[in-house]
Design a protein around this ligand. Structure first.
Ligand code: PMP
Length: 361
């Protein structure tokens, strides 16, 4: 088998046992005589699976009963727009905390549907640090406060839930959901595109406090209204059945591997190993982000001389390390260390980095 250690930012590595099980079950799922992709989402087998997937997620994340779990489509990007449509009435404002590319995009995409108040932004600092909580200009009458808990491109992450008082906190957790325990009750709405820590792209997981579903929002078609999706168990129309199934396999894998506490510990070890290598390289590698807010999931770094970038990428791939090229907005490199990336992959990466810097230093 020729699978490489995969550091892709997304769509990203999936746990090998998940892929192997999907492979085994592909042609004949659950004794049904057909693949999971080839049968009705209204059939009893699929419904039973869907219920189990939700129950497993509720157990893993400790989701309280007054929260609905939705299996949405459209990518997180569609929900940048759909969230204000649902949570804000005409004329309402919402507070956005802009800490990188994705939270900035969320604010821009919301603008047609809500008065966007950028209550804090670290753009002037090139997103290298978080705006201090006491500098946030929050509006107590805002419909909600929006954050991205982890910035996939800029590599900054909230390590604590910010206190925003009684205004519901809405969080884009696309790139750090399930990477450790989460206090769900501190949030009004959590959403995440699946293609990093959950499963394939085309599925968006949403966890939303039920009282927020009762907000009238604006006039819109049913397909956009989260309350309708909740009433119809995310089957208002044909869901992404394949994504739902694979998400379920990932949740089972997480349960089999100690749950989110164990993931947090593994993710801490992985990130520490890589940051220690960068910081200990005498400037050969650099990550300029304020240390307390460095991301555990996405580690952007540069080489002291960008003329070495092409050699780094070519040699790393030859050494079995895939997808280390940085996002075009920042250049350099990026290693994404999602749940499915094992400690051994990071050990292989840092061994390569030491070797490369010795040869090119
Ligand atoms: N938010 C974050 C934090 C992301 O990393 C991404 C995608 N990388 C998105 C939103 C957009 O997701 P999608 O492409 O699924 O719309």
């Amino acid at each position: 088998m020729s699978r490489l250690w995969n550091f892709s930012a997304g769509p990203a590595a999936l746990p090998l046992p998940v892929l192997e099980r999907a492979q085994r079950e592909l042609l004949d799922w659950n004794g049904s005589g057909a693949s999971v992709m080839e049968q009705s989402h209204r059939g009893k087998r699929f419904i039973a699976m869907a219920e189990q997937v939700e129950a497993d997620l509720r157990e893993l994340m400790g989701i309280p009963a007054d929260y609905a779990v939705l299996f949405e489509q459209g990518g997180a990007t569609q929900h940048f727009a759909q969230i204000p449509m649902n949570l804000a009435a005409e004329g309402d404002s919402a507070d956005y905390i802009v800490t990188g590319h994705w939270s900035e995009k969320a604010a821009n995409e919301a603008a047609p549907y809500v008065r966007v108040n950028v209550a804090a932004s670290s753009k002037a600092y090139d997103y290298l640090r978080m705006p201090a909580r006491d500098s946030w200009q929050l509006d107590p009458t805002a419909a909600y406060v929006h954050i991205a808990t982890n910035e996939t491109i800029h590599g900054v992450e909230f390590h604590d839930v910010p206190d925003v008082g009684d205004v519901p906190l809405v969080a884009d957790m696309s790139s750090d959901i399930l990477s450790g325990p989460v206090e769900v009750s501190r949030y009004g709405l959590i959403y995440a595109g699946a293609q990093k820590n959950i499963g394939p792209s085309g599925l968006v997981l949403m966890i939303v406090r039920r009282d927020l579903l009762a907000r009238p929002g604006r006039k819109m078609a049913k397909i956009f209204r989260y309350a309708e999706h909740a009433t119809h168990d995310s089957m208002l129309n044909t869901p992404n059945t394949w994504g739902w199934y694979l998400a379920g396999l990932t949740f089972q894998w997480l349960k089999d591997n100690g749950g989110l506490g164990a993931m947090a510990e593994r993710n801490r070890q992985k990130a520490e190993l890589l940051y220690a290598t960068i910081d200990g390289s005498g400037g050969f590698y650099r990550n300029p982000i304020d240390v307390p807010v460095r991301s555990r999931m996405n580690v952007p770094f540069t080489l002291h001389d960008s003329a070495l970038d092409a050699a780094f990428l070519q040699e790393s791939e030859a050494a079995g390390l895939l997808a280390l090229k940085g996002h075009k907005a920042l250049g350099g490199m990026r290693a994404s260390l999602y749940n499915a990336v094992p400690v051994e992959a990071v050990q292989a990466l840092v061994a390569f980095m030491h070797d490369f810097s010795r040869r090119h230093g």
